[in-house]
Design a protein around this ligand. Structure first.
Ligand SMILES: Nc1ncnc2c1ncn2[C@@H]1O[C@H](COP(=O)(O)OP(=O)(O)OP(=O)(O)O)[C@@H](O)[C@H]1O
Ligand SMILES: [Mg+2]
Length: 484
């Protein structure tokens, strides 16, 4: 049997190809005429209607995210960088063309992101979406955009849930990767100098964590729970109509770990720290400006609050100038500070923790530390046996009990020693000193403190007895005893 099918088929194909080429040639000819004879301003209009037509016919929708916030502003938009971070972390496996970016203040300085004109596929609750990075050459600003494409049927899911998910996850990744910063306020005279700002910054690299913080486990867990609740409390704070911030008052003798606790909180929350030196601030207005210049997700710290401000809030400026002689003292008032905490000025930025530290909690004005302003009062006290065990783990990696531990436990119950002093004894002073030698050092210093305290108590008793014998009243004896 003769096979005439194949040659016939290829002849048909050639004929169709010829047809196609002639259509293409005609189209190009027409396009040439269109380009030459149709005025340029009509081109834009035609393009717009073609796009409209395609949009009408296509089952897909597009949402565009520009890279920069506005035409004038070169700063990258938050949404754009959150999306890019999200895509870099989640959907780059299938991408063949990547762009390397050096990101300042990130723990991973070299970040791989999607290259221009690259498409990335992502999936959300089983729905496929596509991200496309491109710039628009027709735009005079040559702006870069990210376009999200998805099927019209999933409009609700994508515009409400997916975009929120991408932005939140991108933000969380950025936060996790960022290097923390420590800010200190500049004197206001320097604020207006060129390239100067209200806050100086440096990288915050304190290694303290809650794990290494020596304090009772129960108390530690209570603080951690409080912080976790605060961090996830955005909706709750909005619901009850409160600014999203929390105040902590850390009080206790020197060397009990107040500053260490601040570092542990910063590392735990991944928040920047603003160390506010009140004595360099001239007045409430400056305080307000400094606060406005702080960013969200940060801790604002005022150390030794009792030494930083006139807490009576009663003295007038003149009285103060007379007393200080030069009138250069800070005029930040108690009410200024109260406004600062209450959030009148801080309403523009949320998610902040305010921490005050003091050695003398009794000296503070009750208005300053009432609940609602300083929501949580945390006492940092002398070293307990539990706290000692944390320090033993920090300094010697020691998890197990030691024969000398019961002696130390007993002495710590009798003597007040700060974690800072205990830590000093536990630190080896030479290469030959081992754990046991350090424990013996600690016992020795605990015993010598105990001896000193006993001697002082005895001395006091003798003096009181002598006063009583000299006919002093019980009140006078008590008063004199208190001097000691
Ligand atoms: N609770 C603690 N846990 C771990 N280390 C501590 C603790 N308390 C003190 N230290 C150690 O002692 C040093 C001094 O502690 P820190 O500066 O935190 O004390 P402070 O309470 O802020 O003192 P001050 O009231 O004088 O400012 C720290 O560098 C740390 O090594
Ligand atoms: Mg301190």
């Amino acid at each position: 049997m003769k096979n005439i099918g194949l040659p016939q088929l290829s002849q048909n194909r050639i004929a169709r190809k010829k047809e196609l080429w002639s259509i293409l040639a005609s189209l190009m000819f027409l396009y040439g005429i269109y380009e030459k004879f149709v005025p340029y301003h009509f081109h834009k209009l035609v393009r717009k209607y073609i796009q409209k037509f395609i949009g009408f016919m296509s089952p897909y929708m597009h949402i565009t995210f520009p890279e920069s916030v506005s035409r004038q502003c070169l700063q990258r938009s938050d949404a754009y960088s959150c999306i890019l971070t999200y895509l870099s972390a989640n959907s780059l496996e299938n991408s063949k063309r990547l762009k390397a970016e050096v990101v300042a203040n990130s723990q991973t300085p070299l970040v791989l992101t999607m290259e221009d004109a690259e498409e990335i596929e992502d999936k959300f609750q089983g729905v496929k979406v596509w991200w496309f990075s491109h710039n628009t050459p027709n735009d005079s600003n040559d702006k870069i955009y990210l376009t999200l494409t998805f099927h019209k049927n999933y409009r609700e899911l994508i515009t409400t849930s997916y975009i929120k998910h991408v932005l939140e996850e991108g933000k969380a990744i950025k936060l996790k990767n960022r290097k923390l910063k420590l800010y200190t306020n500049n004197p206001s005279n320097d604020w207006w100098k060129p390239r100067s700002s209200k806050w100086s910054q440096t990288t915050f690299e304190h290694p303290a964590t809650f794990e290494t913080l020596a304090m009772d486990q129960e108390k530690k867990e209570e603080i951690i729970d409080d912080l976790i609740k605060f961090k996830s409390g955005k909706d709750y704070y909005a619901k009850v109509g409160k600014a999203w911030k929390r105040g902590y008052l850390l009080y206790g003798p020197p060397g009990t770990g107040k500053s260490t606790m601040i570092s542990a909180i910063a590392n735990f929350m991944n928040y920047n720290v603003y160390d506010l030196e009140l004595t360099t601030i001239k007045d409430n207005n400056e305080l307000k400006r400094l606060l406005i210049a702080t960013s969200s997700q940060s801790i604002i710290v005022i150390e030794d609050i009792d030494c930083s401000i006139d807490l009576t809030g009663q003295r007038t400026k003149d009285e103060k100038e007379d007393k200080d002689g030069n009138g250069k003292e800070s005029n930040v008032t108690l009410s200024g500070l109260l406004n600062f905490i209450d959030g009148i000025w801080s309403a523009c930025g949320s998610e902040r923790i305010i921490i005050f530290t003091t050695n003398f909690v009794d000296k503070l004005d009750p208005a300053l530390i009432r609940r609602g302003r300083m929501d949580k009062h945390i006492e940092m006290s002398y070293c307990s046996y539990q706290a000692f065990k944390v320090l033993a783990k920090n300094y010697w990696d020691n998890d197990s009990d030691h024969v000398l531990f019961p002696i130390i436990q007993k002495l710590l119950g009798e003597v007040n020693m700060t974690p800072s002093d205990v830590a000093e004894s536990l630190m080896p002073k030479s290469n030959t000193e081992d754990f046991e030698a350090c424990l013996k050092n600690l016992i020795q210093s605990l015993e010598s403190v105990k001896k000193k305290e006993e001697e002082e108590a005895k001395k006091k008793e003798v003096q009181l007895k002598a006063m009583k014998a000299n006919g002093k009243s019980a009140e006078e004896v008590k008063d004199n005893g208190a001097i000691y």
